[in-house]
Ligand binder design. Sequence first.
Ligand code: SF4
Length: 458
Amino acid sequence: MPDSARGQFYLTAEEIEAWPAATAPGADHKAPLRRALMRNGVFDRRQTGGRNWAIGCVALEITQRCNLDCTLCYLSYHAEAVHDLPLKEVFRRIDVIHDHYGPGTNVQVTGGDPTLRKRAELVAIIRRISEKRMRPALFTNGIKATRDLLAELAQAGLKDVAFHVDMTQARKGYASEADLNAVRLDYIRRAKGLGLDIIFNTTIFDGNSHEVSGLVRFFIAHASDIHLASFQLQAETGRGVLGGRSAGLSQASVIEAINRGAGVPLSFDMPWTGHPDCNRYTGVLTAGGVVTPLFDDETLFAELFRRTARFRFDRVSWPHRLAQLIAIIAHNPGIWPRVLGYGLKKAWQLRRGLIRSGGRLNKLTLFIHNFMDAQKLERARCESCVFMTASAAGPISMCVYNARRDTEILKPIVDGNSGNWHPLSGKTAPGADPGMPELARKHLKGRLKAADRAKRPA
Ligand code: SF4
């Protein structure tokens, strides 16, 4: 559909500022998402959102500070100037996430970079999420994520560690994504054996889209250590110096590149994880260098998703989750022939690799997240959003939150009877924020820093 025809689909600036936070759903946590996906015509047998889970994840930003200045940073101009939210407020937001989406919810502990938060507070935040039987994930650029810290966080209940590594970070001494594999291997070594699922997030932009196939080959070759690889498409939102993506970069172009890297046809059309214009998801099974698609039997998986819709899988322990799935299959003789057929087909496709690997089989999830430009937020996708950010008012679509980020992070937080906590001063005081609205040079990043540099004589 040409951009001109989509005009009416984009939220206006007023609508972005007024976009409401999600309301608490009542007994059925999945109902609000299911209704939104149905309303927008994307709830058929492939859809798992609103059927098997209530929300994809909720980002919990525990600091706005970062030790990098990525060229596609989604943070806003005041990010470095605001103080970290008080722990009490972070805990309140964790409780709100639990009220909205229930146990098993993926909670992304992020920022900025969460490792810049005081260590004891970071540990307490992870423990709080885990005590609620939700699934805490640490989203970090890894620079300060030592093995010692990851081990302590794993002790506190951390389940996933998602390392953001790519060329938008301008790390010194690395000229390509292939060079950055050395960093990825170092991060795997830091996290391996701690009971954590390792995830890699890669921003795909015009500067590295030619390396997607190579990245996929790297991730598949290390599928015994890596649980998920997420490819996040360039979007014009935030303070980053790089603007929007070129017309040649799209979900389709990235899917094509991933297929070239995997060497097998991956449809990315089963299952759906929210609005298909937002997210594309698939998985591969691999053994001894042989790769085969995971979801290439739509009828079988649609049936499994339908039969497990009311079932709450243990999102914290995968061996228990596998046992739960086997029990469900055992109690559904109707699908035995199809499951058996699928199993035999996979064993045949992987036979040589399984012989080479001594029977060792790995699964890797591949995910494409298609963030929207801040000025081009499509109503249907924002309504069907499965990636939320925890705000003072409750969970909000991440794309909408990003588009009005400075408004959100500069909002005073009600602090009981002692007035408001103010982000710029970090103090609780009645009335307006006593902090400096003007940005100090040390707080400049992204486009403002580039502009400031350009103004100053060399
Ligand atoms: S964050 Fe944006 S792109 Fe992602 S699911 Fe939500 S609306 Fe879609």
